[in-house]
Ligand binder design. Structure first.
Ligand code: AMP
Length: 299
């Protein structure tokens, strides 16, 4: 005699399914596609927080079958980076995803993703966007992301995929990738979710000590002050970049960069362009990234 729980579990059509293999994924998605469903997709590395939840909510509104992936992609980590320490919390993540009414979770193994070995398999590089800003400090990082997202797009074949604007460079790179490689997928950029302090939510915030946590909101505060300097005080781009870098250093960060760019990440040439200020800075073991988008300065 099955328990009441097992019975309700089986008859509930909204229960999320988790698959670990490409074969299972393709079978389940094939049926949904045949049924004419619009597939929305949110790729993640797991250890889900409010930022991911907002992406799932945005994706839910964009399609009628919601797919999420949880995969800590080794190809996007450098040799001395935090691949080993990166938090893996699949059971907790499954609960968050169920709550967000995800229909299907793809949580593959490395063998499923890189059956021919990671080093020697095909890579995707988005010219001009992979070696600037974070790319200059993390060689191979964006190539790793472009490669795994291409693969995930080929496996899931979503109609729409949602990415966070917190990882602004990643978002812009993926937009260009789908345009240039003609992936038939719409890329949606969701706003950054922050703690009350202004600190952007991130899985890497858990590397911060208590003392560092009180300092961490200074990253966004500095970006906001830099935006004010550009907008209201008429400061020059170079001046603001130096000011931001120095301000972060003085606050106890070790900044990698603090740069003002056009929204497509090219170097600004006129005042009439929309701008974004981006920064990455170390605080102890955590490398924090954040950005602030500004409309045209002449608005
Ligand atoms: P990750 O699991 O860190 O690879 O992130 C998966 C997706 O969540 C990416 O599209 C990120 O840009 C997005 N994301 C991460 N943190 C935030 C945040 N605080 N607000 C909005 N989106 C986020």
């Amino acid at each position: 005699m099955p328990s009441a729980y097992a019975t309700s579990f089986r008859i509930n059509p909204k229960t999320m399914q988790t698959v670990h293999s490409v074969t299972e994924l393709r079978q389940l998605l094939g049926a949904q596609r045949q049924a004419g469903k619009r597939i929305a997709f949110v790729p993640t590395m797991g250890n889900l927080h409010g930022g991911h939840a907002s992406l799932l909510e945005a994706a839910k509104a964009q399609g009628d079958y919601l797919v999420a992936s949880v995969y800590v992609n080794p190809l996007q980590f450098g040799l001395n980076e935090d691949y080993e320490q990166y938090p893996r919390t699949l059971e907790d993540d499954q609960r968050v995803l169920e709550q967000a009414q995800v229909d299907l979770l793809f949580a593959p193994t490395d063998e499923e993703m890189y059956p021919n070995g990671m080093e020697t398999s095909t890579k995707v590089r988005v010219e001009g966007l992979t070696d600037i800003l974070c790319g200059a400090h993390r060689p191979g990082h964006f190539e790793g992301i472009a490669t795994v997202v291409s693969m995930l797009f080929n496996l899931v074949q979503p109609d729409v995929a949602v990415f966070g604007r917190k990882d602004y460079q990643q978002y812009i790179m993926l937009r260009r990738m789908v345009t240039e490689l003609r992936f038939p997928v719409e890329i949606v950029g969701a706003p950054t979710v922050r703690e009350d302090s202004g600190l952007a939510q991130s899985s890497r915030n858990r590397y911060l000590t208590q003392e560092e946590r009180t300092l961490a909101p200074q990253l966004y505060a500095t970006l906001k002050s830099a935006a004010d300097k550009l907008r209201s005080d008429g400061a020059q781009v170079g001046e603001v970049e130096r000011w931001g870098f120095d301000a972060l250093e003085a606050a106890g960060f070790e900044p990698d960069y603090f740069e003002v760019r056009c929204t497509d990440l090219s170097v600004p040439r006129s005042e009439d362009e929309g701008l974004v200020i981006l920064s990455a800075a170390w605080l102890g073991k955590a490398r924090l990234i954040d950005n602030i988008e500004l409309a045209s300065l002449s608005d």
